[in-house]
Design a protein around this ligand. Structure first.
Ligand code: ADP
Ligand code: MG
Length: 305
């Protein structure tokens, strides 16, 4: 099978208009239009806006971009990502974007994800009534199993931590957007800023929680709301994991090559090689972990509040 992973030209975006809408989240993301590409806005996170204490802005951009492109290459429903170029002329027109309150933007390249207007995040569906609405209208319920395969395989602990009590669930990292046709709802996986364990160092012994090896047995990505709706299916998770496993080292390297040099200051080529090797090694062995733990994680998610 021929794969086409090279970045299509439209993924290189140019900042032209800043939209005033305020977005939630720690990265101080801004809504920005590129009027030379498709209509509509992009959610843009500055490479200088670090996420928490663990992840610098450039590393978060790397994680979010590479994680999203890996998910996309595996055929998962993930937000469309791009690289937005910002020049000084644009920033001079919107001077506040240089302020810390708006992400400390500088001229250069920043991470962007296509903005889906009218979306909610999973936390919106907190009552039995809203849950029932989600179940009835969702046109791609299998995506919940993609989330389990992706988060478990790529050590993404910023969405849910069912087994180790670090910070519970972050249902704001699962987007429910209006379906493109027919009035239904579509699940979209967003915010991969903490994948590869956030810091993705390959230290031995691993540093908890930010080394790849810190989560050897964790099944991530299982949510209370979705467990209550009985949406998880072990075979389906294994099929989705298989889709990630079918990506080759060359595929992953080709995605990494799309990353602008300005995002790579936090790493070295030797570390990148170690990351890809640790990642493919982890993915190769993860069916056993899913099979051994998914049932208990699902049971745990059902009862947690
Ligand atoms: N593609 C999108 N379309 C619409 N809203 C989005 C999209 N991506 C993110 N959001 C909204 O913005 C919030 C913050 O985005 P996120 O990527 O999670 O950034 P942070 O790193 O700050 O958590 C999300 O919780 C969601 O409410
Ligand atoms: Mg988030």
């Amino acid at each position: 099978m021929t794969r086409h992973l090279l970045i299509p030209p439209r993924r290189l975006l140019r900042a032209s208009i800043w939209e005033t809408e305020e977005l939630p989240g720690s990265a101080k993301a801004q809504l920005i239009v590129d009027d030379s590409s498709s209509p509509g806005g992009w959610i843009v996170k500055s490479i200088r806006a670090s996420q928490g204490d663990l992840v610098s802005g450039d590393q978060a951009a790397f994680n979010d971009y590479v994680g999203s492109r890996i998910a996309e290459a595996a055929g998962f429903s993930v937000g469309e990502v791009g690289i937005m170029r910002m020049d000084d002329e644009f920033l001079d027109g919107y001077k506040h974007l240089r302020n810390q309150s708006h992400g400390s933007f500088i001229a250069g390249e920043h991470f962007a994800v296509k903005y889906y207007p009218g979306s909610q995040t999973l936390d919106y569906y907190f009552s039995a009534l809203l849950r029932a609405e989600l179940r009835a209208k969702c046109i791609n319920p299998w995506v919940v199993n993609e989330v389990v395969a992706f988060d478990s395989g790529l050590s993404n602990w910023d969405r849910s931590i069912p087994m180790q009590g670090l910070s519970g669930e972050n249902p704001k990292n699962l987007l429910i957007r209006p379906a493109r046709t027919g009035g239904g709802l579509e699940i979209v996986i967003i915010d991969q800023g903490y994948c590869f364990a956030a810091n993705w160092n390959t230290m031995v012994p691993p540093v908890f929680p930010s080394s790849l090896g810190a989560w050897p047995n964790e099944v991530f990505g299982v949510f209370h709301t979705l467990a209550k709706l009985n949406m998880y299916d072990q075979n389906e998770v294994l099929v989705k994991l298989g889709m990630l496993q079918s990506l080759t080292v060359a595929d992953i390297n080709s995605i990494i090559q799309e990353v602008p040099a300005s995002w790579l200051g936090f790493t070295t080529s030797a570390q990148l090689t170690a990351l890809v090797s640790a990642l493919t090694h982890r993915l190769a062995g993860y069916a056993r972990i899913i099979t051994g733990n998914l049932t208990s994680v699902r049971t745990h998610a059902m009862v947690k509040v």
